[in-house]
Write a protein that binds this ligand. Structure first.
Ligand SMILES: Nc1nc2c(c(=O)[nH]1)N[C@H]1C(S)=C(S)[C@@H](COP(=O)(O)OP(=O)(O)OC[C@H]3O[C@@H](n4cnc5c(N)ncnc54)[C@H](O)[C@@H]3O)O[C@H]1N2
Ligand code: MOO
Length: 401
């Protein structure tokens, strides 16, 4: 069976970033920059005052000596003239420092009467002046390609005068749950049936990762049902199936899709939960076949689907970000499958992250997954570890999963 790392590398190698599209900056939160972005202007565009007060020449502003106020420079209304010796300009935060002035006298440090201002504190040259280009200069590269845009980035791009932004197209993901026994939530449940949690959970995972999921109608356990869905899947950037991945008589994903042009990349990985993972191609559409067990489907979603979505979006970082933690209890030795244990994450008195696995780890138990805060990774063949040993975890809360 294929190692987890190798499986992920093969998935990522088979995918490339989607083409770029131009969208309004206001809609760009979470979208991934398709190329680097440079400033379209210099910010601030000129020397500006950082405070409300008076712009003047530090050299001739002594405490107690009145200066003549010859005009005003509020933000957005530059004073057109020059400040000469013995003169001052009333200025406000963001106002352009007029020619000739080299200091700002804070209004708290001044008294004004009859058109004259007198300093009560000596102003210093350069004080309270933001130089032109303090933040950035026209042409300067502000953000790199592959960056998912945050509120901070959007503020920066707006300041740099970008109403539009070029981002990779959001991946369109088809989600196909399979099995005669399952029905979507709210639909009539067949006798012996179970409600499909996988499709909705995976759709939510896609949405949170910036993709556009479409939940397809459930494909029953017949080849015809599958093949109908295969036709419907042609326009997706990635088709994700759940169920029908294992070895049972009804595990149809691969057999039913073979006549539709399914080409297998790999099947089965050394992982728990998630052993029967399928990777391949349905014609031009990459296909990720997740196991039916709900925890297996979602854990594989975190470990394989999320990196795939990042690759499709051109994200620089694709691998899951593991963090160091310590085991909150003794851990038994592991078998040959890389194991992902649902765990609580807490902090000990010294601030270290402590991962304590749930007592039962059956891959049908979704409540344990929903209540967990992390996944504790155990390497294949790992020896038994006492509580307090170093381990690696994925922080599901931090990942927004
Ligand atoms: N003889 C063997 N049996 C199984 C093996 C094996 O190696 N040999 N592997 C086991 C492992 S590990 C897993 S994981 C499961 C995965 O099997 P499938 O992907 O074929 O999944 P199904 O058989 O279709 O369903 C398994 C289980 O999950 C439920 N299910 C299916 N779809 C959904 C859905 N959309 N939402 C919620 N739950 C779903 C389904 O009802 C079954 O209970 O196979 C083991 N068996
Ligand atoms: O991999 Mo299955 O996912 O062990 O339950």
């Amino acid at each position: 069976m294929l190692a987890v790392e190798e499986a992920r590398a093969r998935i990522l190698a088979a995918l490339s970033p989607l083409p770029a599209e131009t969208i309004a900056l206001a809609q760009a939160q979470g979208r991934v920059l398709a190329g680097p972005v440079a400033a379209r202007l210099t910010q601030p565009p000129a020397d500006v005052s950082a405070m409300d007060g008076y712009a003047l020449r530090a050299a001739d502003a002594a405490v107690g000596v009145p200066l003549t106020v010859i005009g005003a420079a509020p933000a957005g209304h530059p004073y057109p003239g020059r400040v000469e010796a013995g003169q001052a300009i009333r200025i406000f935060t963001g106002g352009f420092v007029p020619e000739g002035a080299d200091a700002i006298l804070l209004q708290e440090d001044a008294t004004e009467a009859d058109g004259q201002v007198t300093a009560t504190e000596q102003p210093r040259a350069g004080r309270w002046i933001r130089k032109a280009g303090l933040d950035f200069s026209a042409g300067e590269r502000l953000l790199q390609a592959g960056r998912p845009l945050t509120a901070r980035d959007i503020g920066l791009l707006a300041a740099a005068n970008h109403p539009w932004v070029s981002v990779t197209r959001a991946p369109r993901i088809g989600i196909l749950a399979t099995g005669d026994e399952i029905a979507l939530p709210g639909e009539p449940l067949p006798p012996g049936g179970i409600v499909s949690s996988n499709a909705h959970a995976l759709a939510a995972l896609c949405l949170a990762a910036g993709a556009v999921p479409s939940v397809l109608p459930i494909a029953g356990d017949t080849e015809a049902a599958f093949q109908g869905m295969a036709q419907a899947a042609r326009g997706f950037d990635l088709l994700v199936t759940t169920g029908g991945a294992s070895v049972g008589a009804h595990d149809l994903v691969q057999s039913a899709l073979a006549p539709e042009g399914f080409e297998r990349g790999f099947w089965r990985i050394a992982m728990r939960p998630g052993k029967p993972l399928i990777w391949g191609r349905l014609g031009a559409v990459p296909l990720l076949g997740l196991p039916g067990n709900p925890v297996s489907a979602l854990v594989c979603g975190v470990l394989f689907l999320l990196p795939a979505l990042r690759r499709l979006q051109g994200r620089a970082e694709t691998a899951p970000a593991f963090q160091p933690a310590i085991a909150g209890m003794d851990l038994p030795e592991n078998d040959g499958r890389e194991d992902y244990l649902r765990c609580a994450l807490t902090r000990d008195a010294t601030g270290r992250l402590v991962a304590t696995p749930a007592a039962r780890q059956d891959s049908s138990m979704l409540k344990t997954l929903a209540h967990a805060e992390g996944l504790l990774k155990r390497a294949p063949g790992a020896a038994a570890l006492p509580a307090g040993s170093a381990v690696e975890v994925l922080d599901l809360i931090a990942m927004g999963v």
